[in-house]
Design a protein around this ligand. Sequence first.
Ligand code: XBP
Ligand code: MG
Length: 253
Amino acid sequence: MSLEALIFDVDGTLANTERDGHLVAFNLAFRELDLDWVWSNELYHELLDVTGGQLRIKYYLEKYNTGFLHDDLDNFVASIHALKTKIYVRLMSEGAVPLRPGVERLFNEARAAGLRLAIATTTTPANVDALIANTLGKDALDWFEVIGAGDVVPNLKPAGDIYTYVMDKMNIDPSKCLAFEDSYNGIISATSAGLKTVITVNEYTDKHQFDGALVVLNNLGEKNKPFKLIKGDQTDSSYVDVGYLQELHAKHC
Ligand code: XBP
Ligand code: MG
């Protein structure tokens, strides 16, 4: 079975959007709405256990701000989140967050090699479009055969729904794909959908459990900037390219 497709998570995998995008946007939205909520980096680290911005706000209220009451909480949270999305999209248009090392290179190499590309993420679709368009250009949105994002599926990660949704649309079997993730919730999601996963950790996820990952790396690496192998088979590769992915796939899938 040969490798045919790569399916990418977005937040934390393609870019450090959680720290430099989402967290900033949540706090700016709170301030604009005259809420005295301020999420620190430490608190956000804990809140990231819950995927989905609206659920994350509710989790914050239930666990860290129990005194806050509202008689129409669902709509109130939805309105905060809509403002947060608007702010996030603006931040992306200002170039707030670059892609992580090796991401653009790997997209280009994969396309040149005829691999199919897709996205499977929990974040709101407008956020994905804004990140891609502002880092790679608007045309790059067409590089992805399917962009599965947000609540197009009933259950967010760690459920496998979003990966299954994407593979259904591509009409492809998981054995012909690899997933790229950065977090525990992400690998559980990909694994539940039958996928093998390449992990690149970040500051929020470097202590997570990644049992079953094909490999755990600090990032995808570049020719002049090798990755650090955190977990997985020793290799002569120093950056993730199509050849290395084919090798991993042939050995483990
Ligand atoms: C991403 C998420 C999202 C983002 C915020 O997780 O959980 O909720 O943090 O985006 P993953 P929204 O990387 O596993 O897909 O506020 O639009 O939900
Ligand atoms: Mg992620």
